[in-house]
Structures are given as C-alpha cells and as structure tokens.
Design a protein around this ligand. Structure first.
Ligand code: FE2
Length: 225
C-alpha cells in the first residue's frame, strides 16, 4: 500500500479542526479558482447543494458546519478519517450514511494535482451532491452493496463509483453538465471533461461500466453520461 506524506488533522469533540493560516490560504486559492472554473459546467443539483452549504471562501470550512446542512437535507454526515482507509471501513461508513473525509489539505507543492483525496476534494467535490436526496440515497445503497460484496465484486463496484460519483457527466436537453466530484474538484479535468473533443463520452450502461478498468493518474479518456 502506498504511504501518504499527509496526515489528517485531529478534530475535536465539537467537530472543529485547527486549520493553520497557510491552510486557510490554500483553501481560499483552491475554492476561488474552482468556483470560477465550474461556472456553467456543473449540474444545477450541484449548484443548489453548494448554495445550501454556503462554504466559506476566505477560510477552510469546519466539518460541524457542513454536517448541520447535510443532516437537515439528507441525514448524511461527514466522518473524519486518516488519509487512507480500507474498503471494509469505506463501505461500512457509506452504509451508515457517513461520508469519509480525510482532514488534511494539500500543500502549495501539490496545488494543481494530488492523487489522494484531500479535504478540498471531499468537501468541494462531493458534499454538494450529498444534499440531493436521490444522489444521497444512491450512495447509501451503494455502501450497503459494498458492505456485503466479495473482494472480486468490490472491483466492479469500485468502477461503478469511479465512473459515476467521481467522474460522472450528465447529457440532457439542456446540454452537458458535470456531477462527478473527481472532475469538479480539478480545474484541468473540469475543462477537459466538459469541453474537450478528445475523451470518449458514452451513455451509462451499468454492465459496461463494471467491465471497464480505469486509471487514477491521468485525465480520464472516457466518461459515462
Ligand atoms: Fe472522491
């Protein structure tokens, strides 16, 4: 297993993390850049969720503030976890309507690109959609499936998650939009997934998705809509 150079910051009993000044500054830069990048590209459900969350732009948010909104909208909660967790823990948390969030922020060196999911990715990428009842219900159901799945079945489930929750697109009569958190937390991938003619875009077919391996270290060559 890959060892992370990052360590999650401790959260106190009130759900507060003692973010440093430099972490607040990194959050500010990440969130302002990404807010302008997703304009006209993210789906309406995502923007509605972002409105409900009203994430701060000047300082890194606190888990307790996000949890208040998630609890009211769909009954979900964020659960602070170490930088990396195993599949057993991951599925068990989702099955309990808890979304795992590593409580570390990338440093300036990793500003544009980071393979492991940091606090910005988890919060900005995923929390808005978790306020949406259908999406929240899908994620809960997904957790239950994973909890009871074999190791081999989990490989297929991981692909389903990757191509929907992380890298899913929507195509409908209003055009194309993005709901995948892996896309929406990355400026390069947002532009590429939305506008480039390079990647293949296919209609989502669950069997097809489950038969399709993916790579985590490149812009995706394929998106499902
Ligand atoms: Fe993610």
């Amino acid at each position: 297993m890959k060892i992370s150079k990052y360590v999650s910051k401790p959260m106190d009993d009130n759900g507060q993390i003692a973010w440093s000044e430099s972490e607040h500054a990194v959050w500010h830069k990440l969130v302002t850049r990404q807010l302008s990048c997703i304009k006209g590209k993210a789906c309406q459900e995502y923007f509605d969720g972002l409105d409900m969350l009203s994430l701060p732009t000047d300082n890194a948010p606190q888990v307790s503030d996000i949890n208040r909104v998630l609890m009211q909208s769909t009954g979900w909660q964020l659960e602070a976890v170490p930088a990396l967790i195993d599949f057993d823990k991951f599925f068990a948390l989702l099955a309990d309507r808890k979304f795992p969030v590593a409580t570390f922020l990338r440093t300036e060196d990793d500003f544009d690109y980071l393979q492991e999911p940091d606090f910005f990715h988890e919060v900005f990428g995923h929390c808005a959609m978790l306020t949406h009842p259908a999406f929240a219900s899908f994620t809960h159901h997904y957790g239950n499936l994973g909890l009871n799945a074999s190791k081999a079945e989990r490989v297929y489930l991981a692909r389903l998650y990757w191509f929907t929750v992380e890298f899913g697109l929507i195509e409908n009569t209003s055009g194309r939009s993005i709901y995948g958190g892996g896309i929406l937390s990355s400026p390069a991938e947002t532009e590429y997934a939305f506008a480039s003619s390079e990647p293949v875009r296919k209609w989502l077919d669950v069997l097809d998705v489950m038969r399709t391996p993916y790579r985590i270290d490149i812009l995706q060559p394929l998106y499902y809509c």
